[in-house]
Design a protein around this ligand. Structure first.
Ligand SMILES: Cc1ncc(Cn2c(C)c(CCOP(=O)(O)OP(=O)(O)O)sc2=O)c(N)n1
Ligand SMILES: [Ca+2]
Length: 528
């Protein structure tokens, strides 16, 4: 007779979830026993690392990914990383081991009391099957819930005494299900959208992470060129949806209400594609839209469409919508926008490099299809100005701003995309939230280039403290960190470089290495 265990692995194999990111406890061992040869287990030393690696892997592979956590404590440790996975629409299938069914009620050790409530609201769906026989079907539901729009993490808690239970032959029917989403706007909806775009006097496009997630970057470029309109990246950018040296590219919008309106002043139609309206950050009140402007929002996310404070929205498959929209648009006679000017070099200081100088060196030496995983919060603007990004999947940043994403996500992205070089650019503050990801990189030989920008402070918070008139706040400096020793302690070769030449030499060496390497760079501080 088949068992919950055998049918589950049949389901995972058939649906392509054969890479498992986890950190085990006794509750998880009955699931992990007889682990199949064609599956890979990737161990993280902390559940924040586990989910961060899985998030990077899911975003870069565009596939649902299985995560196996340890009961309540493991789920709790994962919640920080889950904030990013929720807002990046990462299709993570989180499973957590539960105590034996008869031991949950007495709240024995490792019982995950009220398990489905624990990860909410950072999951699309959360469930603990009412009986062992329902586990395979519940996991099938979880996979399809995670992968249907709007994609996002789901959670299933499974008592450890379920795995050996025998099930009917029919239980395996779930393993053979194919569930797909197909939704395009009606001809009437498209005609209405095309009419507004064709008639706009001075339209502007704002592109978001879903454009990159759907690999619709080239369609966005075609749309910008067809209507001869500037293209901004939506605020709080977690991906790069538009080539950054294209003539239409205008940079990343500020994450402030007043700032967005001022940047868009003069445009009469604002087309937002694949981003929430908007992911504001600093509180800077003002008008939501410039005088006389209308906004149209294209997204596959019902919640993003419903919660926007202004504008109209069309909810559907993004690629399909753009593919059907483009042939209905007439070529604009407007002049093409002028390309942005290239930034000037920045001087280094004795013993410290300017972050701009690090980014200029990266732009010069990194492979043209490198994938950057960024998590240094004060250097985002300088990075987007100086490092050219051309292809889909070229940039990942924590989508909820939850730090501890960068190091593990870089490992996950490199595991998913071995054909492209992953370069992690991490602040010395951010690096500490999931530093043990370096151990996983070393153990699995994942050749990420880790660059730690050490300015000995929480640079972005220094800027916020001035904005919020809290410059005397304590806890804003992080001096005395030695990332080379920390890296070596986790098994990663490391070097500290405090001149441009030394950094470039170390970067060349790291780019040619077949194992991970960390470069610590003392840097000056800059305004975000
Ligand atoms: C998990 C977590 N904890 C704390 C913060 C607060 N925070 C912190 C602590 C920042 C400073 C990050 O410093 P860094 O060294 O990584 O980068 P910069 O010096 O370039 O800002 S930015 C920010 O929002 C956060 N976003 N996420
Ligand atoms: Ca810092």
């Amino acid at each position: 007779m088949p068992t919950v265990h055998s049918v589950t692995y049949q389901l995972l194999r058939r649906q392509g979830l054969n890479v498992v990111f986890g950190n085990p406890g006794s509750n998880e061992l009955p699931f992990l026993k007889d682990f199949p040869e064609d599956f890979q287990y990737v161990l993280g030393l902390h559940e924040g690392v586990v989910v961060g690696m899985a998030d990077g892997y899911a975003l870069a592979s565009r596939r649902p990914v299985l995560v196996n956590l340890h009961a309540a404590a493991g789920t709790g440790n994962a919640m920080g990383a889950l904030t990013n996975a929720w807002y990046s629409h990462s299709p993570l299938v989180l499973t957590a081991g539960q105590q034996a069914r008869s031991m949950i009620g007495v709240e024995s050790m490792l019982a995950n009391v009220d398990a489905p409530s624990l990860p909410r609201p950072l999951v699309k769906w959360s469930y603990e099957p009412a009986c062992p026989e329902d586990v395979p079907r519940a996991l099938s539901q979880a996979i399809h819930m995670a992968n249907l729009p709007a994609k996002g993490p789901v959670y299933v808690s499974i008592p450890h005494d379920d795995w050996g239970r025998e099930v009917e032959e029919d239980a395996a029917l779930v393993a053979r299900r194919d569930v797909h989403h197909a939704s395009t706007p009606s001809d009437a909806q498209l005609a209405g959208l095309a009419e507004r775009l064709n008639q706009a006097r001075n339209p502007v496009m704002i592109v978001g992470p879903e454009v990159d997630a759907e690999h619709a970057n080239a369609l966005a470029v075609e749309l910008a060129e067809r209507l001869r309109m500037p293209a901004w990246v939506a605020p709080s950018a977690s991906r790069c949806p538009f080539p950054t040296r294209h003539a239409c590219f205008r940079g990343v919008l500020p994450a402030a209400i007043a700032g967005i309106s001022s940047k868009l002043d003069g445009h009469d139609l604002i087309l937002v594609i694949g981003a929430p309206v908007f992911r504001y950050h600093q509180y800077a009140p003002g008008r939501y839209l410039p005088q006389g402007a209308e906004l149209i929002h294209l997204t596959s996310d019902v919640q993003e469409a419903a919660r926007a404070p202004m504008g109209d929205a069309l909810v559907g498959g993004l690629r399909a919508t753009l593919e059907k929209l483009l042939p209905t648009l007439t070529q604009s006679e407007r002049a093409m926008p002028e390309p942005l000017p290239l930034p000037q070099p920045m001087a280094d200081e004795p013993g410290r490099l300017a972050p701009e100088s690090v980014f200029d060196a990266l732009n010069e030496l990194a492979p043209k299809d490198a994938i950057f995983v960024k998590e240094s919060t004060s250097t985002v603007t300088a990075f987007w100005q100086r490092v050219e990004m051309r292809h889909p999947d070229s940039y990942f940043f924590p989508a909820a701003g939850g730090l501890g994403f960068g190091l593990p996500a870089a490992v996950g992205v490199q595991l998913a995309r071995p054909e492209r070089q992953v370069i992690a650019v991490i602040g010395d503050g951010s690096a500490n939230y999931a530093i043990s990801a370096l151990w996983s990189a070393a153990q699995y030989g994942v050749p990420v280039v880790f660059i730690i920008l050490r300015n000995d402070t929480y640079g972005a918070l220094r800027w916020f403290s001035r904005m919020l008139d809290a410059e005397d706040a304590p806890g804003l400096d992080v001096p005395g960190l030695d990332f080379c020793s920390l890296a070596r302690g986790y098994g990663v070769d490391a070097v500290c470089t405090d001149t441009r030449d030394a950094f470039e030499n170390a970067l060349r060496q790291a780019l040619n290495a077949t194992k991970p390497m960390l470069i610590e760079v003392p840097t000056t501080t800059i305004e975000p």
